[in-house]
Unconditional design. Structure first.
Lengths: 311, 294
């Protein structure tokens, strides 16, 4: 049984590896960005299972991107593996510190306080003219494990593989974590905190750990995005960016670790095509989709797939 | 002195945009992100119709009346559509889900504005200048600041009066206190919700209309203002009117002081205040106790 599952995942992974090689450039880009967004939403899913919605995960997304991007201007490092390490490490530190504070809050206060922190970063970056202020700056991801990447014909494909690789690792870790006893506490906390305390588990430390995990995922995705897009700006920390993550979380639902990636792919597709068709109404279509999902599919689009399976 | 006047002006502005938000939360327990859109709808409508009025050669001082009436009209129209059309079907959902619902409405309205008025900025600068200005310690301030301050006071007093001294207001307080018990006493809670939302929406639109002369009205002003209004409401304690007033003053003065003494803090001084207050008063300055859920 277990082996069978593993085989399925491996086939899926290889299918994407092959698929990525043949699709046109724009689709490859779309897939890469969806994978990056999926990683963030995977972290948000963990928070959502704990009953928390963060309107400020742009903070870690942006931190991760800047942690990766500023290595070149500050230290002259443009090796991708080091950039990504830094985009994991810095959000980890910040989230661990902020977590001590945020774990005391729930519901709207949690959402608003995390929003405040992301807006503080936004304000800081806008005022930092050395880092390009509101314009941001270009990221130069030059080498991967010592091999020169830029200007190679496979640059896009290799970056796609990189995102795919990390997405798979994140999914794997998340599955492991959700099956551990600590991971299972998440949903218990959402249902009733007090009873979780009664059975002798610590609500605060669980929330703290889940928060840090989701922040690290967002940071990693930020680093990957910086490499994919090649440009970063403070807008990544603005509250509307965090709103997008929340949107995808709602859209995909918390039913499965694969749902965030499906949700992110749908989101990116809607965005690209709606933007292409009518640049002034794409938010409207997002809003409508979101209302419909909340009204009719409170468990997200994943529940559609599940229902079909049950039949 | 400059800090005090700037602080008061900014605080008045913050109070006007935050008061509708806190009212809606107090009664309906909805943190209404769409408030930002109502703010920008009010600003656009005021800038557009106010501009038409002035260009048509109508009596110039009546432009304030035009701005006022259009924004109330916008508030009632959109408030009614949003409450009856969408929110009414959602009241059984979680507080945080309702936030997301209003976020969806916010996204829709933002694009509706772009569809109606396009993406180019509108300017309605005349009302700002026509009231003249006053000078204190060598610095000149437009009298419009006084209008803003007066509006904030008037709005605050009217709401307090209505809540404390009229039957309607007392019914509202009863609904805030205990929704189900009021229902059982024959209060039409659904209608109270409807009315509250319309009033809150109109207050947002009026806030936008009053702001229109001071800024260039363009896409994105709603997103900017709503997070500030959130900050004020959360600092004051959700749903608390005096809390909103005190938070607006606090934030207003901190921001004015930041601009004068440490300009690099300007953009996020509001959020620093918010984080600082929440650290010591996790539910804001004015907040009630909540029963533990077992």
């Amino acid at each position: 049984m277990k082996n069978n599952y593993f085989k399925n995942y491996l086939t899926l992974f290889l299918a994407f590896v092959v698929l990525g090689f043949f699709v046109p450039k724009w689709a490859l880009y779309l897939m890469t960005v969806s994978l990056n967004y999926g990683i963030i939403v995977l972290g948000m899913l963990l928070l959502a299972r704990t009953g928390l919605v963060s309107f400020g995960h742009g903070l870690y997304y942006c931190l991760g991107a800047y942690a990766a991007g500023t290595l070149k201007p500050l230290f002259g490092v443009n090796e991708i593996s080091i950039m990504l390490l830094s985009s994991i490490f810095i959000p980890f530190i910040i989230a661990t510190l902020l977590g001590f504070l945020l774990r005391r809050y729930r519901d709207i206060f949690f959402a608003m306080l995390s929003l405040a922190f992301s807006m503080i970063l936004y304000g800081l970056l806008v005022k930092t003219s050395r880092l390009g202020s509101t314009d941001g700056f270009n990221v130069d991801a030059h080498t991967l494990m010592g091999f020169t990447l830029s200007n190679s014909p496979f640059e896009r494909y290799i970056i796609f593989l990189l995102s795919l690789f990390f997405a798979c690792i994140c999914i794997f870790l998340m599955i492991k974590y959700l099956k551990s006893s600590r991971g299972m506490l998440a949903e218990a906390i959402r249902d009733n905190e007090l009873r979780v305390e009664y059975i002798g588990a610590s609500v605060k430390s669980t929330i703290h750990i889940n928060y840090v995990i989701s922040a690290v995922f967002a940071g990693l995705a930020g680093g990957l995005t910086a490499i994919t897009v090649g440009h970063i700006d403070p807008e990544m920390s603005y509250w509307t960016t965090s709103g997008e993550f929340v949107f995808i979380t709602i859209l995909s639902g918390t039913g499965s670790v694969f749902a965030p990636f499906v949700g992110a792919a749908i989101f990116e597709t809607i965005r690209s095509f709606a933007y292409e068709l009518s640049p002034n109404t794409w938010q409207m279509s997002l809003g409508l989709v979101m209302l419909i999902v909340i009204m009719f599919l409170p468990e997200g689009i994943w529940s559609l797939l599940k229902k079909r399976k049950n039949k | 002195m400059a800090v005090i006047i700037d602080g008061l002006t900014y605080a008045s502005w913050l109070f006007i945009i935050a008061v509708g938000l806190t009212l809606i939360y107090g009664v309906m327990k909805i943190l209404n992100i769409a408030h930002g859109s109502l703010y920008s709808l009010g600003a656009y409508a005021a800038a557009y119709f106010g501009g038409l009025w002035l260009n048509g050669g109508m009596p110039i001082y009546l432009v304030f009346l035009v701005m006022f009436i259009t924004s109330i009209f916008i508030g009632i129209l959109f408030g009614a559509i949003i409450e009856r059309g969408i929110l009414k079907r959602m009241y059984d959902k979680d507080e945080i889900v309702l936030v997301l619902v209003t976020y969806a409405i916010f996204l829709i309205l933002e694009d509706l504005i772009k569809l109606i008025w396009g993406v180019d900025p509108y300017f309605l600068y005349q009302p700002y200048g026509m009231l003249g200005s006053f000078t204190i310690t060598d610095l000149t301030y437009p009298n419009y600041n006084i209008l803003l301050f007066a509006s904030a006071i008037v709005i605050g007093l009217i709401i307090t009066y209505v809540l404390k001294n009229t039957i309607k207001g007392k019914i509202l307080l009863a609904v805030i206190h205990d929704r189900e018990l009021s229902l059982s006493q024959g209060v039409n809670v659904s209608f109270v919700y409807f009315l509250t939302f319309i009033i809150g929406a109109s207050l947002g639109a009026i806030g936008g209309a009053l702001t229109a002369p001071m800024i260039s009205v363009q896409p994105g002003i709603g997103a900017e203002s709503i997070v500030l209004a959130f900050a004020v409401v959360v600092i004051g304690g959700l749903g608390s009117l005096p809390g909103a007033a005190i938070a607006a003053l606090l934030v207003g003065f901190v921001k004015a002081a930041a601009i004068h003494f440490m300009p690099e803090l300007d953009l996020f001084s509001v959020y620093i205040v918010m984080a600082a207050v929440l650290i010591f008063r996790p539910k804001g300055i004015f907040s009630g106790h909540e029963a533990r859920k077992i």
